[in-house]
Design a protein around this ligand. Structure first.
Ligand code: SAM
Length: 215
């Protein structure tokens, strides 16, 4: 998702209490120093405008959520949506950050679950390592995710999904469940929260793929 550069987006991010600035300072200390509780932490990498993670946070107040987005202009929309709520969500924070460096901001096994939704496909082979479900990223997730933690990935991009299905075992992960048509899989679709991209592409008739992987 590339929005036009929105002037002032960086200033809004610098001023809002919904965003964690200098997230590297909280490595290993997110529960005590950010959320002030001992609840599990779930993160979404590439949260876009934040619809998915905000709804998750509303439904699950006993879980802490961190939404990660690389671009200020995109993250700005998430912040604006938080500002519009009557009650801001205490269990959700955002960070503007490139997940390539995710091991700089979370400690070993600090995270309980990772969501990847409609990640950028990076179709050229030479860019494969930039794809969020690539073996290079799975190696990073391996450090920050609890041993019994999972990565959940959704996309309508069949090529990217098939790549992800091949990468997981190569990187030492096991595919716990997978489907090429989430919305017609009653069991996997139960409680599904749609992302902005999921709403857009499923309304165009694209089937949605999903996997859950574990080590
Ligand atoms: N997850 C949202 C959805 O499903 O509607 C947005 C999908 S959009 C195609 C992918 C998002 O991931 C973009 O907003 C992009 O900026 C973000 N992104 C891509 N690579 C990233 C990275 N390395 N770190 C953090 N965010 C990233």
């Amino acid at each position: 998702m590339r929005l036009r550069n929105i002037p002032g987006a960086r200033d809004v991010i610098a001023d809002t209490s919904f965003c964690i600035k200098e997230p590297d300072k909280f490595k290993g200390k997110w529960k005590t120093d950010v959320f002030h509780n001992d609840n599990p932490i779930h993160i979404e990498i590439g949260m876009g405008k934040g619809q998915f993670i905000m709804e998750l946070a509303k439904r699950n107040p006993e879980i802490n959520y961190v939404g990660i987005e690389k671009y200020s202009s995109v993250l700005l929309r998430g912040i604006q949506k938080m500002e519009e709520l009557e009650e801001p969500l205490k269990n959700l924070v955002f960070i503007r950050f490139d997940a390539e460096y995710i091991t700089n901001i979370f400690g070993e096994e600090e995270i309980d679950r990772i969501y990847l939704n409609f990640s950028d496909p990076w179709p050229k082979d030479r860019h494969a390592k930039r794809r969020l479900p690539s073996r290079q990223f799975l190696e990073r997730y391996d450090h920050i995710l609890k041993r019994d933690g999972v990565v959940e990935f959704k996309t309508d991009n069949r090529d990217l999904f098939e790549f992800a299905l091949e990468e997981a075992p190569e990187a030492g992960w096991r595919i716990k469940v997978s489907t090429f048509d989430l919305h017609n899989d009653p069991k996997l679709n139960e409680g599904n929260i749609m992302t902005e991209y999921e709403e857009r592409f499923s309304s165009m008739g694209n089937p949605i793929c999903k996997y859950i992987v574990e080590r």
